[in-house]
Design a protein around this ligand. Sequence first.
Ligand code: NAD
Ligand code: DAU
Length: 339
Amino acid sequence: MQLLVTGGAGFIGSHFIRLVLAEHPEARVVNLDKLTYAASPANLASVEDDPRYRFVQGDITDAAVVAEAMAGCTHVVNFAAESHVDRSIHGAVDFITTDVLGTWVLCDAARSAGVDRYLQVSTDEVYGSTEGRPFQEDDPLRPSSPYSASKAGGDLQALAYMHTHGLPVVVTRGSNTYGPNQYPEKLIPLFVTNALDGEPLPVYGDGRQVRDWIHAEDHARGILTALLEGVPGEVYNVGGSNERENIWITRQVLELVGAGDDLIRYVADRPGHDFRYALDSSKLMALGWSPRIDLAEGLASTVQWYRDRRDWWEPIKSGEFREFYQRQYEERLHAAVRS
Ligand code: NAD
Ligand code: DAU
């Protein structure tokens, strides 16, 4: 098995590469990553000297770079994406370029290379918000943010390549993922690191929105199961079956950090904020996968990781992040309501 993994220097992709190299001694991995603001090459420090691993810095929208990186590969797993909803509200061009056009470039190259499997990493956000039963794979797609609309574009493009050109495509749609190595712009790492520094936690709206949380190791394992056991042309949901309100997560984080509720600030809501995501993952479970990490234990170990790894996140929070944070939160926090 020779894999091309794209976006492997990001959060879930790095967990996936470490998992593949640990559990498949015969596997070789090429990691093609542009190294955007969201990448942390340090995530792969433990494998960078492994002779089975090779890093290529490059953009998935660049057909020549992609063809070179894909040469000899049997499997392609596309994690590369612009992945943050709030940033897509400020400007969507990078989202459309990477998440839609980039996916098309990869599918086209995979078709020319004649790979055995192409796996597109998609998201539960393509279904939109639900107040009913958890989403199943054949439910309609109703993406509502520029991010999720771009991901839906990539997801459908990949499936169209199967339908039209016979590329053996598998799509996974994962739920909200947490764990070590997550860039601290997303809810859990932002709130953990803010709480560790005694900074306010900006909860959007009333904090009653619901997300289904899955640990990155479980998500990575789900993607690997779909890659190896999934049927071409099929979509597999990868959810944690841990639906929680954002305010519940917020209070858990505060308790684990040992900080008080006085850090909570209710701030202006995210425009177009999806109320609830929920996934039915029974189709992937039928292939032998199930999440292993209990949410309470996963949150505790994640908080501990951020406590221990200031060397990882402090440089991030003092760089480009500060500009983003100001744009995203300064006004909101100014007008915030204390808990
Ligand atoms: P991330 O933002 O942490 O990492 C994305 C990686 O992609 C980075 O290393 C970045 O440098 C790379 N990248 C971006 N544009 C690129 C380009 N044009 N060419 C090459 N590399 C590029 O993302 P993540 O949270 O690890 O998410 C990985 C994938 O999983 C994404 O496709 C995302 O949509 C999907 N997903 C994420 C979650 C979640 O909760 N984080 C849940 C479901 C699905
Ligand atoms: O559901 C899967 C998706 O989960 C992935 O496809 C995305 O890549 C990933 O970023 C994530 O999207 P969300 O928008 O759900 O994640 P985020 O961590 O940004 O927000 C989680 C919830 O917390 C959401 O309801 C918004 C809320 N929130 C978030 C932030 C950053 C706040 O209340 N305050 C905040 O400051």
